[in-house]
Design a protein around this ligand. Structure first.
Ligand code: GDP
Ligand code: MG
Length: 295
């Protein structure tokens, strides 16, 4: 009997903020493919991206905690959720910036599982011209943790992504593909639109404020080749509004322009985006509360 040994497994991408995880993910799944929202066949993990080739399917999963961990120390709850996720995937990619190994990197490294293959991924090699220095850097990092292998990439320039996938494939278990081959995520476009705005808030508002904010998609309308998206940023207090809006509306404009460009690239279509800031009303929260309890 001839059986092709197809491989399929779950891969977590971890690393401190700004090492290039999101950029890498976009290149790993190829962001130009339009997103389908078919229901996943498994609920084992929260899937963020899927890459399917002739011989393997890589299912990249969310590590709750890493989306909101922006500087500062990881707290205990975060630690636990990171460890839980990392303990249940088939393989982990630990991402570093070339020639930068900071205390925050070390903190993330301390959470890496010992019983699951962890691949060292050194990103931003376009910034590291000296090959010998780079090789020494990799040796130094590898001396600190039993990585199964290491690969250098430039996520931004899409370099060595295929090589990285090739190196990871052997660590996936033999399995039939778990998802349809044209599926690249199980998140809806609506959800992704909110995520993009949330990401900009973290990028432009320092570290603490965005935790207390909600991002709500109030309208998501497909009008031919144009998406009309309305998003509200909900803050706790009136006094927080100017922080988000900025002088002369500058900050909000930057947030919404960058979010729109990301959405256009991800959805591969024109986007008309409106973003505004509202104060959460206690009344609205009460209604939601009542709904949750079926009253
Ligand atoms: P994340 O916080 O780990 O998800 O990091 P991002 O993917 O958001 O990237 C952080 C910054 O690094 C962005 O400005 C990226 O454009 C930049 N970046 C990502 N990959 C590379 C790379 O390969 N080379 C260079 N020079 N910059 C990169
Ligand atoms: Mg990111």
């Amino acid at each position: 009997m001839t059986e092709t040994s197809y491989r399929c497994g779950f891969v977590a991408i971890v690393g401190r903020p700004n090492v290039g995880k999101s950029t890498l993910m976009n290149h790993l799944i190829g962001q130009k493919i339009s997103i389908t929202s078919k229901k996943a066949q498994t609920t084992r993990h929260r899937v963020t991206g899927i890459h399917t080739s002739d011989h393997s399917q890589f299912v990249f999963v969310d590590t709750p905690g890493f989306q909101t961990f922006h500087g500062g120390a990881l707290n205990e709850t975060l630690n636990k959720s990171v460890k839980d996720t990392l303990g249940s995937v088939d393989c982990v990619m630990f991402v570093l910036e070339a020639k930068r190994f900071t205390p925050a990197d070390r903190e993330v490294m301390a959470l890496l599982p010992k019983h699951i293959p962890v691949m060292l991924v050194v990103n931003k090699v376009d910034k590291a011209k000296d090959k010998l220095e780079l090789a020494n850097f990799i040796d130094d990092v590898r001396a600190e943790f039993p990585f199964v292998d290491a690969e250098v990439v430039s996520a931004k320039h899409g370099q060595r992504i295929a090589e990285l996938l090739e190196k990871i494939a052997p660590y996936l278990p033999e399995s039939v593909p778990l998802y349809p081959e044209d599926m690249i995520t199980d998140k809806s476009q609506r959800f992704l639109a909110a995520e993009i705005v949330r990401e900009k808030l973290f990028r432009y508002l320092g570290e603490e404020l965005p935790y207390s904010m909600n991002v709500e998609v109030e309208q998501f309308e497909v009008d031919g080749a144009l998406y009309r998206i309305h998003i509200a940023i909900l803050v706790d207090k009136e006094g927080q509004k100017p922080i988000v809006i900025g002088k002369g509306g500058e900050k909000l404009k930057k947030i919404s322009t960058e979010a729109r460009l990301d959405m256009e690239a991800l959805f591969d279509t024109k986007v008309y985006l409106e973003v505004w800031v509202k104060v959460k009303s206690g009344w609205a929260d009460d209604v939601r509360f009542l709904k949750e309890f079926g009253l």
